[in-house]
Write a protein that binds this ligand. Structure first.
Ligand SMILES: [Zn+2]
Ligand SMILES: [Zn+2]
Length: 389
């Protein structure tokens, strides 16, 4: 879609914290301004689609939240800045999805309150987009680190390419319904005491579509859609975190009257690790060392989510001190930036000593006792002074 990168709030001319009422109002105004039936200026149609798309996302709290958090990448894996390798997501369905995008919604919001929409009066007329579907999937912690490809068994519908969703074998096989002359409704007049009453109801011959099909399409048996069962190759990007949704365009619920199918959203649930704690793209671990190593310092291996790496722990490190290892955190799903690993040092004091060790520690203490600034003595002096003990 053209100008896909423009900010959605900017397109609707509203602020980031606009209410749903404000979003609706802005949309209604712009739709009237750019609707292709009302505005014949070049570029109006593009603008109209853009407005439509922005509204589709921002009027859906769930999508809006994803957009706020991740930009276009949150709502469309194909968008610029999205993750690599997910390019196949839209398959062939992007085209008609784009062309008819949110058609039902246009009328719903255009005619809004007070007036019954065309779709309500004649629910079978005009293309109607299928609903979105939501599901979830659990992946292991290490799969979230590296990214993974999984086969997902999908059953969905696609527009029949033979009849392009009309359900007719050929264009000649679609004729205007003779009962309602294409209006989809029939009017009946009844005489009563008050005069002539005219009532309108859905045409029983065409079921409100206004069309009659002479020969149904042989591919889809007149349904307009074909059921597909597929082992879909879902690419889960490196660094994905829980609660993120992946969108598979056009694989939600089936559309109507040639309208596009909805989209399928898969929420990813990442199993947590007991050792590596994720915080944004950073990873925290608690790393035990002996008190001797804390005193003398140490070069040693520490685990990261990418395997072991060697670090230098400086002498005199305290319990709870942290050491940051650059770029050993999670990869950001939207960029090539990596988080860091933060190693929390846990000093372990030996609970039992061999006689050799005991002797050596005693020697150290003898040396230390000559110092004047032992912390326990200093502390006691301070308390005695303060409380006049
Ligand atoms: Zn067909
Ligand atoms: Zn009819």
């Amino acid at each position: 879609m053209a100008n896909q990168k423009r900010d959605l709030y900017e397109i609707l001319g509203i602020s980031k914290n606009a209410t749903q009422e404000e979003i609706k109002a802005a949309h209604r105004k712009l739709v009237k301004q750019y609707h292709p039936d009302l505005n014949k200026e070049p570029g109006a149609e593009e603008k109209f689609k853009e407005v439509q798309n922005a509204y589709d996302i921002l009027s859906d709290e769930k999508k809006r939240q994803l957009y706020d958090q991740y930009g276009y990448a949150g709502i469309d894996p194909n968008a610029a800045g999205g993750f690599n390798g997910a390019g196949g997501f839209n398959g062939n369905f992007g085209d008609f999805g784009e062309a008819f995008g949110g058609f039902g919604d246009i009328f719903e919001s255009f005619f809004g309150a007070g007036r019954r929409s065309n779709a309500e009066r004649n629910p079978n007329r005009g293309p109607i987009r299928g609903e979105d579907e939501f599901t979830s999937m659990r992946i292991s912690f290490m799969d979230s680190v590296r990214g993974v490809e999984v086969k997902v068994p999908l059953t969905y519908y696609k527009l029949c390419s033979h009849c392009n969703g009309t359900g007719a074998e050929s264009a000649k096989d679609v004729e205007t319904c003779p009962t309602c002359r294409g209006t989809g409704t029939i009017k009946t007049q009844t005489q009563s005491f008050f005069g002539t009453m005219i009532s309108e109801k859905r045409c029983p011959t065409c079921n409100g579509t206004g069309k009659r099909i002479k020969t149904p399409c042989h591919e889809c048996r007149g349904e307009g859609y074909i059921k597909v069962k597929e082992q879909y190759n879902l690419k889960i990007p490196q660094g994905i975190n829980s609660q993120r949704q992946l969108k598979i365009a056009g694989k939600g619920k089936v559309g109507k009257n040639g309208g596009p199918c909805g989209d399928l959203y898969i929420e990813i649930i990442v199993e947590q690790s007991n050792d590596f704690k994720r915080d944004g793209n950073n990873v925290h671990i608690e790393f035990p060392i002996t008190s001797t190593d804390a005193i003398l310092g140490l070069r040693c291996e520490v685990p990261t989510i990418y395997g072991m790496t060697t670090i230098d722990i400086p002498s005199g490190i305290q319990n709870g001190d942290t050491i940051r290892i650059k770029n050993k955190g999670f990869k950001d799903v939207r960029s090539d930036v990596f988080g860091d690993e933060i190693v929390h040092i846990k000093v372990v004091v030996p609970s039992s000593l061999s006689s050799d060790e005991k002797q050596l520690y005693e020697q150290i203490r003898n040396v230390e006792s000559r110092k004047k600034d032992k912390p326990n003595d200093k502390y006691n002096e301070k308390i005695k002074r303060a409380y006049k003990m």
